[in-house]
Design a protein around this ligand. Structure first.
Ligand code: NDP
Ligand code: 8X3
Length: 251
């Protein structure tokens, strides 16, 4: 089961980057994606001694670019075995009555429509080959709504529904579908949510030991190395100090 081709969206940071690093050590071939080309090239240079790595730079919001990028893969890279739909972010944390339209559109366009655009390009190859594994990064925010989480939570509830829909529609094709739903993971997530405000971002993880990108990468590796007859369908993972979206024990 090694030597599989894995396409990871959002591999320039956080969970996606940690996953690329870990999978490179386990002989997966990597298609790493993101908008920040320099980061992709740096990661490719770091991981190339371990495994075959190629890069695709595109914005998941731009459907023609998504299609062009995935179509551009050379023949030896086209048979994608594993799709990790990880690209996504929260933008803002405001009450519904004063939220920014720009933030709302970013979250819906990236977290929901972007995931669909990438999936639409990759899944037909999997159905044709009757093989594949899709891992969608949902969130605890896709299971429980929290104050001011409104549109981000809605986008992750949509991811949850899409994961379930994929599992049903792809059942005839021997394609595994997994959703991973983390609680607090310290990545660039909060910096993006708070538009670069480091102080606000640090508050999110204050007084707890949050999850790290590497913790989620370990779960992804475990998920990918289960026996062929086993699929981990839906995983929720918290740091030990977290009990729900809103209950976190801080020191
Ligand atoms: P990061 O901000 O560290 O990483 C986000 C990644 O998504 C980056 O690689 C970024 O790449 C990519 N991305 C964002 N927007 C776009 C876009 N428009 N087009 C292409 N790529 C894009 O956050 P995380 O690693 O924490 O987040 C990864 C996933 O995990 C997200 O789906 C998030 O919702 C989910 N998650 C995170 C949790 C957390 O607490 N951190 C908890 C639960 C779920 P680039 O900017 O180069 O395009
Ligand atoms: C990220 C986790 O709780 O900040 O999806 O929304 S949370």
């Amino acid at each position: 089961m090694t030597g599989r081709i894995v396409l990871i969206t959002g591999a320039t940071s956080g969970i996606g980057e940690a996953t690329a690093r870990l999978l490179a050590h386990h002989n997966f071939k990597l298609i790493i994606c993101g908008r920040r080309q320099e980061r992709l090239e740096k990661l490719q240079a770091e991981l190339s001694p371990l495994t075959a790595v190629t890069t695709l730079s595109f914005d998941v919001r731009n459907q023609p670019d998504v299609k062009r990028a995935i179509d551009s893969l050379p023949v030896g890279w086209k048979a994608i075995d594993v799709l990790i739909n990880n690209a996504g972010n929260a933008h803002g944390l405001d009450p519904i009555q004063s939220g920014s339209l720009e933030d709302w559109e970013a979250m819906i366009d990236i977290n929901v429509k972007g995931l669909l655009y990438v999936s639409r390009e990759v899944i037909p190859g999997m159905t044709a080959r009757k093989a594949g594994h899709i891992i969608n990064l949902g969130s605890i925010a896709g299971k429980e709504v929290y104050p001011n989480g409104n549109v981000y939570c809605a986008s992750k509830f949509a991811v949850d529904a899409l994961t379930k829909g994929m599992r049903l529609d792809l059942n005839p094709f021997n394609i595994k579908v997994t959703s991973i739903n983390p609680g607090l993971v310290e990545t660039e997530f909060s910096l993006v949510r708070f538009k670069g405000n480091e102080e606000k971002s640090a508050q999110v993880y204050k007084g707890i030991e949050p999850l790290k990108g590497e913790d989620i990468a370990n779960i992804i590796l475990f998920t990918l190395t289960c026996a062929p007859h086993v699929v981990l369908a839906d995983i929720t993972v918290f740091p030990s100090a977290q009990a729900s979206s809103t209950l976190v024990k801080r020191s």
